[in-house]
Design a protein around this ligand. Structure first.
Ligand SMILES: CC(C)(COP(=O)(O)OP(=O)(O)OC[C@H]1O[C@@H](n2cnc3c(N)ncnc32)[C@H](O)[C@@H]1OP(=O)(O)O)[C@@H](O)C(=O)NCCC(=O)NCCS
Length: 179
């Protein structure tokens, strides 16, 4: 049996509060990003970026978060107070493939935001003609592995610590989000 996708009502409420940016972030947006990372637990930063980092270190923050015109994309969902609740990243590595990353604010996890951002990224990528999204995940990252399993992924390369997940665009259950 297919796992239940997130509720349509919830999806619509996230959709009203989603922003997609495909160019370097303007200064006003950096204040929102800073507020977001300050609310992240170190462990969640480690799971997303490979190691925790000093969120007040502007150089590192910009290296991890900023978007390169032509190859990058950032998308976020706002909470009801207009603060960032979760962020997805996508960076093109070829004409048909992109690498992705996902992070949800520590106090808002398990509320469907990660699944929404991933499904939206897959749906957008399908519309744009991409074939594959891939992401490197630590083997201990049960939350991300379960989310990926719910959507439908293929493990590409497994090492002692990491697994590279690939999502075949248009062939996962992403459509459930766009119905
Ligand atoms: C992984 C992450 C993005 C998931 O986001 P989220 O908004 O908390 O997840 P959702 O509420 O959308 O959950 C969707 C599905 O993921 C799985 N899942 C999410 N969190 C889980 C957890 N803590 N334990 C087990 N499964 C979990 C479940 O299958 C869930 O479906 P269900 O609610 O029907 O059980 C979030 O935990 C996070 O930001 N972690 C830190 C950064 C990170 O690990 N990023 C991924 C590497 S790039």
């Amino acid at each position: 049996m297919q796992p239940e996708p997130i509720a349509k009502r919830q999806i619509n409420s996230f959709r009203e509060r989603v922003t997609v940016i495909d160019r370097p972030l303007p200064e006003a947006e950096w204040a929102m990003v800073r507020a977001f990372v300050r609310r992240m637990e170190r462990e969640d930063l480690r799971l997303r970026f490979g190691h925790p980092f000093d969120v007040e270190d502007e150089v590192t923050l910009r290296r991890f978060i900023d978007v390169k015109t032509g190859i990058g994309e950032i998308a976020w969902v706002l909470d009801e107070a207009a603060a960032i609740a979760g962020i997805s990243h996508r960076a093109m590595v070829s004409r048909s493939e992109a690498e992705i990353g996902l992070i949800v604010r520590s106090d808002l996890q398990r509320g469907g935001i990660g699944e929404f951002l991933l499904r939206e990224m897959l749906a957008r990528s399908a519309r744009q003609g991409l074939k594959t999204l891939s992401g490197l995940v630590l083997l201990e990252n049960l939350a991300m592995l379960r989310l990926a399993a719910k959507i439908g992924y293929t493990p590409r390369e497994v090492s002692a610590w990491t697994v590279e997940l690939t999502f075949e665009v248009g062939q996962t259950s992403a459509a459930a989000c766009t119905a």
